[in-house]
Design a protein around this ligand. Sequence first.
Ligand code: SAM
Length: 273
Amino acid sequence: MRLDVVTIFPEYLEPLNVSLVGKARARGQLNVHVHDLREWTYDRHNTVDDTPYGGGPGMVMKTDPWGDALDSVLADGYDTGSHGPALVVPTPSGRPFTQELAVELSERPWLVFAPARYEGIDRRVVDEYATRMPVYEVSIGDYVLAGGEAAVLVVTEAVARLLPGVLGNAESHRDDSFAPGAMANLLEGPVYTKPPEWRGRDIPDVLLSGHHGRIARWRRDEALKRTAANRPDLIERCDSAAFDKKDREMLSILGWQPAPDGRFWRRPEAVEE
Ligand SMILES: C[S@@+](CC[C@H](N)C(=O)[O-])C[C@H]1O[C@@H](n2cnc3c(N)ncnc32)[C@H](O)[C@@H]1O
């Protein structure tokens, strides 16, 4: 997979050299290119922003540097044999970045990231490239960062670990929280490693039992508990077919019951507890 990032802070992308993404680069599984947007400015001050039409606070990133940079980056990629680019534009007004979207992006051969600063990029840039390739405007959460570089790191890491051969253990991401289809989209429960006792704290006995069925059931119950506590919306969205008899028993203990439409809802008194 080829990744291009155009930014006014190339140094912000240094983490792409370490850990999982860095190793994937070193092994040739990821071909990463970071570009300084200011290379495509032609005035003395390397200006990339200007005041917004219609007034208001803040500055807006100009069309020309972005257009010239993206044209050049795309031409270079095509010249070196890349194909099928998709533009990824981090923005708090984009669609939520989810594991499902990470899977979708991991199936593309070439991602070009356009992280903005200030109040974002002149809209005409996105509209222009949307006529040439898929454009993903993505938000990494309901908060506002100063720039899109951190979002690029988030998306890149989530995507890279899904690429074939990048994770040491291919099974590792199957049970992840949010893994599509896995555990009915429940959050993953707690995990433990050696030693078995630390500062007077033991690990749950079942994990030492060697009984795979009981361990799987315990993990599932913990996932249900954690999801009910932290992300009840995930349980509300699940089709009841996702839950077996034991799941239903645990959900009932946690204060959930099936509604006529098959979904589960939490009894109000259980929420207050
Ligand atoms: C200060 S923000 C601009 C916020 C803009 N005024 C708005 O409310 O949509 C500058 C840049 O940071 C990035 N950014 C900020 N929050 C983000 C988020 N939650 N997800 C993805 N990118 C974000 C985007 O690239 C954005 O254009």
